[in-house]
Design a protein around this ligand. Structure first.
Ligand SMILES: C[S@@+](CC[C@H](N)C(=O)[O-])C[C@H]1O[C@@H](n2cnc3c(N)ncnc32)[C@H](O)[C@@H]1O
Length: 253
């Protein structure tokens, strides 16, 4: 089959109209109602009576059900196409969104919770941008507020010796291959799917990041680690955890 490479990047970043139109019909576990409910329970508990700021709000996969729980949610996202999907959802109009880069964009108000889920910290491809993101999150928090990140633990220990590629998805309709650039702490995710007799490849660059480095970024931003779990249902974080859900707190005074 012939192949076609699309760059995938435009004013909407890597989440343009084509990706946005398919996003909410994805089949990954993040889209299972049980997983979304666990995420929302966790976030609603940490938001308490305050407002929540979602960095990379996208189509509102989490923001919409969180708002349904009575939490006032505001979001930042670079992709107008993703946000248009959020707006079209029932209740979507109640969620304020600012279009911009979540590493630097400021919105009015202060929040008891800021959160960045589904590996989206890795969309910032430099250490400087990830540090700026922590500072930006902290600047939006009330004293005592917290910043929650859900992100995978880099899969390097599962790479065969000398290998740089890891297949993370293989189904009839899509293949996913991660390519590690270990020297530069970089990761490119290649998504390949058949489209009208062609094989379409879209490649998205990421910067993978270890829990300890995130803790240091939090420290630079004046926050400290409060909780680290292996998942949204408070699974313990262990040497075998594939991801973590971490909570850093801005000191109360
Ligand atoms: C994987 S999606 C996650 C969307 C949503 N948080 C969810 O969990 O379904 C990543 C989102 O982050 C946005 N994004 C990526 N990098 C960004 C940046 N630097 N500034 C603002 N938005 C960004 C994308 O446009 C996309 O909507």
């Amino acid at each position: 089959m012939a192949s076609l490479t699309i760059s995938g990047v435009d004013d909407d970043g890597y989440f343009g109209e084509d990706v946005a139109s398919r996003y909410d019909v994805s089949t990954g576990e993040e889209f299972e109602p049980e997983v979304i409910a666990g995420t929302v329970d966790f976030l609603a508990e940490r938001a308490g009576d305050g407002g929540a700021l979602e960095l990379g709000i996208g189509t509102g996969r989490i923001a919409v059900p969180l708002a349904e729980r009575g939490v006032l949610v505001h979001g930042i996202d670079v992709s107008a196409a993703m946000v248009a999907r959020l707006r079209a959802k029932p209740g979507g109009h109640r969620i304020g969104v600012t279009i911009g880069d979540f590493a630097t964009t400021r919105v009015d108000g202060s929040f008891s919770l800021a959160y960045l889920v589904f590996n989206t910290i890795m969309n910032l491809t430099t250490q400087a941008a990830q540090v700026a993101c922590f500072r930006n999150a902290a600047a939006h928090l009330q004293p005592g507020g917290c910043f929650v990140i859900e992100v995978g633990v880099p899969d390097l220990q599962r790479l065969p010796p000398g290998e740089t590629h890891h297949v993370f998805q293989a189904s009839e309709s899509q293949w996913g291959i991660d390519e590690y650039d270990i020297a530069n702490q970089g990761l490119t995710s290649h998504h390949v799917r058949p489209v009208n007799g062609w094989l379409e490849r879209m490649s998205i660059p990421f910067r993978y990041v270890w829990p300890a480095e995130l803790d240091l970024m939090a420290q630079l931003a004046g926050m400290r680690l409060r909780e680290r779990w292996g998942g949204w249902r408070h699974e313990p974080f262990t040497s075998n955890s594939r991801k973590h859900v971490s909570v850093w707190e801005k000191p109360a005074s």
